[in-house]
Ligand binder design. Structure first.
Ligand SMILES: NC(=O)C1=CN([C@@H]2O[C@H](COP(=O)(O)OP(=O)(O)OC[C@H]3O[C@@H](n4cnc5c(N)ncnc54)[C@H](O)[C@@H]3O)[C@@H](O)[C@H]2O)C=CC1
Ligand SMILES: O=C(O)C(=O)Cc1ccc(O)cc1
Length: 295
């Protein structure tokens, strides 16, 4: 592979981890410029080795880039594409790590000239911490990285892109954009909304919060870890995949309504079946895909 010029727009957890992973594999064969808004973030990104150089000058960061990696919150991405387009060289590829895909694809595709390619993708890995200080070169290792089927990029460009993404150690997979958003809603977006609801219950109930927290065992910690995630990022995800997320939340609401009814009717068998069915399903998922639960 010829020397790669990479531009990372938003050098936080995901952008920083992508930079670290590529630097680790390619060394001097990759040159990475990062766009950061503040001097402290520029210094941190360079010091941690996530980028070779950092700046707040959009044109300078992207002008030589073969690949532009967008890793800001989702709603910042479309304005960012508008800003970078006039400065990109012919043949440059834009990708994004955003957690929702159809909104981005529908918004970005019509903006592009014929000689700039967009390949939409989503790393299914991360954590509740944000910022470059939480980044690591192994974040993508053995994790799923979805590449969205719909792209106007020619096959040789897609192959070049996939070769680069493979360097992260991720398992590449493809999905149509609409299916991606529905699946991501079930497996990631709704669990984040639900985790926040469990924490909100602590505030809403009349009980003394401190007395409740004293009792917290592993269960509360396990089910609410992701409620510590970045609010900015999750607000954007909910704004850009609202149809799927609201439909699935209504489904959760109806599941919970059923459980409430079983309890009000003192129907122990139905309650038992509810837990048993869920246990069997989760155990069988664990048996077939244990590594998927190691985020
Ligand atoms: N955190 C996670 O677990 C995952 C996040 N994603 C997606 O990746 C993207 C990035 O998420 P994280 O890295 O977790 O967030 P982060 O908060 O760690 O990093 C985002 C970075 O973008 C910068 N930024 C924001 N707006 C900017 C702008 N207008 N110009 C320049 N820089 C800007 C922020 O200062 C920050 O450094 C989001 O779109 C998110 O949906 C995807 C998979 C997992
Ligand atoms: O922290 C966790 O367990 C996550 O679920 C991380 C995550 C957050 C957002 C994504 O789009 C993908 C993965």
């Amino acid at each position: 592979m010829a020397k790669l010029n990479l531009a990372i727009i938003g050098v936080g957890l995901i952008g920083g981890s992508f930079g670290l992973a590529l630097k680790d594999k390619l060394g001097e064969d990759v040159h990475i410029r990062g766009l950061c808004r503040h001097k402290e973030s520029m210094d941190a990104a360079v010091k941690l080795g996530a980028v070779d150089e950092a700046s707040d000058d959009v044109a300078w960061v992207v002008k030589d880039a073969d690949l532009v990696y967008l890793s800001t919150p989702v709603l910042q991405m479309v304005p960012m594409v508008k800003q970078i387009l006039p400065h990109l060289k012919k043949g440059a590829v834009i990708t994004d790590a955003g957690s929702t895909k159809k909104f981005l694809m529908d918004s970005i595709t019509p903006l592009l000239p014929d000689d700039i390619y967009y390949i939409s993708a989503h790393p299914m890995t991360g954590k509740e911490k944000s910022g470059v200080s939480a980044a690591g070169k192994d974040l993508f290792l053995n994790k799923c990285y979805v590449i969205i089927k719909e792209t106007a990029a020619p096959p040789d460009v897609v192959k070049w892109f996939e070769d680069i993404m493979t360097l992260t150690g991720a398992n590449l997979t493809t999905l149509p954009v609409a299916q991606h958003d529905r699946c991501a809603s079930i497996i990631s977006h709704v669990p984040h909304v639900a985790a926040a609801a469990l924490v909100t219950l602590l505030e809403r109930s009349d009980e003394d919060m401190k007395s409740c927290i004293k009792l917290a065992g592993g269960g509360f910690k396990d089910t609410t870890r992701i409620a510590s995630s970045n609010a900015d990022m999750w607000a954007d995800i909910c704004m850009t995949n609202a149809d799927a997320i609201t439909a699935h939340l209504r489904e959760v609401q109806s599941i919970l309504d059923d459980v409430i009814k079983y309890m009000e009717a003192k129907d122990r068998q139905k309650i038992h079946d509810y837990f048993l069915k869920a246990k069997k399903r989760r155990d069988s998922i664990l048996d077939t895909a244990e590594e998927l639960f190691e985020i």
